[in-house]
Write a protein that binds this ligand. Structure first.
Ligand SMILES: Cc1cc2nc3c(=O)[nH]c(=O)nc-3n(C[C@H](O)[C@H](O)[C@H](O)COP(=O)(O)OP(=O)(O)OC[C@H]3O[C@@H](n4cnc5c(N)ncnc54)[C@H](O)[C@@H]3O)c2cc1C
Length: 402
């Protein structure tokens, strides 16, 4: 029998397990959380309710498969060391653990200020703070926030701030106030339904700070082989996409604006020092004499996510040391592959799924049977690990306990 270990059971881990179990491979899946939903639960903002339900269903289906042993609440690098799992002669180990480390803000001194947030804990807070048992990071949403970024996730951060600012002002006036409904309708329409004029709320709004121009913001993809006409068309579409978002959620955009330092007054973080850029051959170039200060009550950094370093797992700078992106093969480690957000550099469900399928396709024929001794070791380890977290193997009963 072939038996693999998968670290992380979300989109990429469960997609790989689906492929492998269909070929009769036993999959042991460890996940650090109670449920293995990854960024579907903790990244994708909670207004994606329909997509969430659809993805949960797919993941549940795999986790309850007879060839899958699920081990929840077990974090590699903390509860288990890499050496402990690498010493077992698995047919393969797959890293499907996503990208949970926020890329460091260029001026790391900012991290000591309580009105500075990184995107991952910020969105986690938004997705969970309303739950009765919530005890995670707290966020104090204030008007005039600055969001440094430029990708789709940074627009979600701006949306969260806008929705929360409006919530603070109107929740007490509206019976059955629903922030998710407000997102689905857009702020102006939702307020109109309740006879409220946005202008009377005195909200200035969050500002997205982006170092390039909007045409270069990765809001839509531009195929590599696109001709000049298509490139121009797609770039204009990007401005349109952003304008539509701004009309629905009323945030501001400071394009071609690059932070150069922190604006600190009386030891308080009050904003960012910035310069203006012009775009020359697609690259941002500082405009001389354009130094300025952007005041901000809170600052959120949304400049990308990286995989978390794990003791014993080789890194190449801030990413895992993969020798071949397609197969996700780790350098220096035998029979270890990465997939999904952990290796693609793309925060995108489809990209994670495609990566997991490709890694599965490219490795399935290389998997070797494990010995009966190894099977015995795996059986006893699975029992030991499940017992430690009081998981009795009934996935749906476990889910109901959450
Ligand atoms: C704000 C925001 C908005 C987004 N919007 C969209 C969108 O609109 N459309 C879209 O397609 N995508 C969107 N995404 C991205 C998308 O959600 C992710 O790219 C995708 O879900 C990643 O799937 P994954 O399985 O590769 O990684 P993850 O979902 O990160 O899964 C990794 C799993 O590994 C587990 N894990 C991590 N470390 C360990 C460890 N050390 N030990 C054990 N387990 C571990 C985690 O608990 C998790 O279950 C968004 C992301 C964010 C943050």
């Amino acid at each position: 029998m072939k038996a693999v270990l998968i670290i992380g059971g979300a989109v990429s881990g469960s997609t790989a397990a689906k492929k492998l179990t269909a070929e009769g491979v036993r999959c042991v899946i460890i996940d650090q959380n109670h449920m293995p939903y990854g960024k579907i639960e903790d990244g994708l903002p909670r207004w994606h309710d329909k997509q969430r339900t659809k993805e949960y269903f797919k993941i549940d289906d795999i986790m309850s498969h007879e060839l899958v042993d699920f081990i929840p609440l077990t974090r590699l690098g903390k509860d288990l060391h890499f050496k402990d799992i690498y010493d077992i002669d698995w047919s393969c180990i797959y890293f499907a653990n996503g990208a949970w480390n926020d890329r460091s803000f260029p001026f790391t001194e900012i991290e000591k200020f309580s009105n500075f947030y990184y995107q991952n804990p910020f969105v986690y807070w938004f997705n969970h703070y309303h739950e009765a048992s919530y005890n995670g990071p707290s966020v104090d949403i204030r008007d005039n926030a600055l969001v440094v970024g430029g990708g789709l996730a940074s627009i979600d951060v701006c949306k969260i701030i806008q929705l929360e600012l409006v919530r603070q002002k109107i929740e007490s006036q509206i019976e059955n106030f629903d922030i998710v409904e407000m997102e689905h309708k857009g702020i102006p329409k939702y307020l109109e339904m309740h006879d409220i004029d946005y202008n009377t709320l005195n909200i200035h709004g969050a500002t997205l700070v982006y170092r390039r121009d909007v045409e270069n913001m990765p809001l839509t993809t531009i195929p590599e082989n696109a001709d000049t006409h298509m490139v121009e068309k797609r770039k204009l579409a990007r401005r349109k996409v952003l304008e539509n978002m701004q009309n629905k959620f009323l945030f501001n955009v400071a394009e071609c604006t690059q932070p150069t330092g922190l604006h600190i007054v009386d030891q308080k973080l009050e904003g960012l020092e910035v310069i203006k850029n012009e775009i020359v051959n697609g690259k941002p170039v500082a405009i001389e004499g354009s130094a300025d200060i952007l005041k901000g009550s809170i600052i959120v950094s949304s400049i990308g996510s990286l995989p978390e370093p794990i003791d014993g797992v080789p890194m190449d700078g801030s990413t895992y040391n993969i020798i071949d992106q397609e197969s996700g093969k780790f350098d220096e480690l035998d029979k270890v592959h990465g997939m999904g957000n952990a290796v693609t550099g793309k925060g995108n469900i489809k990209a994670s799924r495609v990566s997991a399928k490709t890694v599965g396709d490219l490795t399935i024929d290389l998997l070797q049977d494990v010995s009966s001794d190894t099977i015995n070791t795996i059986d006893s380890k699975v029992k030991e690990w499940q017992k430690k977290v009081a998981y009795d193997g009934n996935y749906f009963e476990w889910k109901a306990k959450k």
